[in-house]
Design a protein around this ligand. Structure first.
Ligand SMILES: C[S@@+](CC[C@H](N)C(=O)[O-])C[C@H]1O[C@@H](n2cnc3c(N)ncnc32)[C@H](O)[C@@H]1O
Length: 207
């Protein structure tokens, strides 16, 4: 069962030009993006090989906007700590900043330029995708998931009006994970935990 998550990163400098000592400030909340990556893939002594995480870095419009896709099946060099995860993402953004096409910046991590609306549409159109929002109907964990599971969520900033309008136009169902406003990384934790209970969901690989 493939688990797909898309995170909208609104403020991280798309060039990757920020200090690892200031992830929350100059890094545009890269701390929270890195936490979301870490919690999407790592568990105690294990790695989730069935998870794919897409991050849309949309602080600047095309041609500078970037997408990073991480695939658990091929991922290497991901440690559980936030700083080294942020470094992995930052290095990918820096390497990609002058390149017109996708590159695999490290094993299992592909980065490249995107049109954010097209990339969001491509992801949203995948079967079973939900849009996580605080005020909507409760998320119902699928009873089975042969087509996989998927969710879209936003970083500490809510989706921009044009992103929300696009998701509405596409008819992506909204779902809430509970009455409390959570951080994006906490939503990823809750999601993975819910998805773990789906019959047939894969177990993390022990490391
Ligand atoms: C930190 S929240 C965004 C800011 C938030 N609206 C606030 O007022 O603080 C980050 C994202 O996590 C998701 N989120 C947070 N709490 C949620 C909940 N209870 N149910 C579903 N999604 C949630 C949403 O996608 C949201 O855009």
């Amino acid at each position: 069962m493939i688990r797909r998550i898309l995170l909208l990163a609104h403020r991280v400098p798309v060039s990757g030009e920020f200090s690892l000592n200031d992830l929350a400030g100059a890094g545009g909340r890269m701390d929270e993006v890195a936490r979301a990556v870490s919690t999407a893939f790592t568990v105690s002594n294990g790695l989730r090989r069935d998870t794919e995480l897409t991050i849309l870095f949309v602080a600047e419009p095309p041609p500078r906007a970037r997408r990073i896709r991480l695939r658990g099946s091929g991922l290497r060099y991901l440690n559980p700590d936030e700083r080294s995860t942020a470094a992995l993402l930052k290095n990918a953004l820096v390497r990609s900043s002058t390149l017109p096409r996708d590159i695999e910046a490290s094993p299992g991590l592909v980065v490249g330029p995107i049109d954010p609306a097209a990339a969001l549409t491509e992801f949203a159109r995948q079967e079973t995708t939900v849009w996580l929002t605080e005020e909507s109907a409760p998320y119902v964990t699928p009873a089975s998931a042969t087509a996989g599971v998927g969710a879209i969520l936003s970083d500490p900033q809510d989706p921009a009006p044009e992103e929300a309008a696009l998701l509405e136009r596409l008819g992506v169902p909204r779902a809430s994970l509970g009455p409390v406003r959570l951080r994006a990384s906490q939503c990823v934790d809750v999601l993975q935990n819910r998805w773990d209970s789906i019959p047939g969901a894969g177990l993390p690989e022990r490391t």
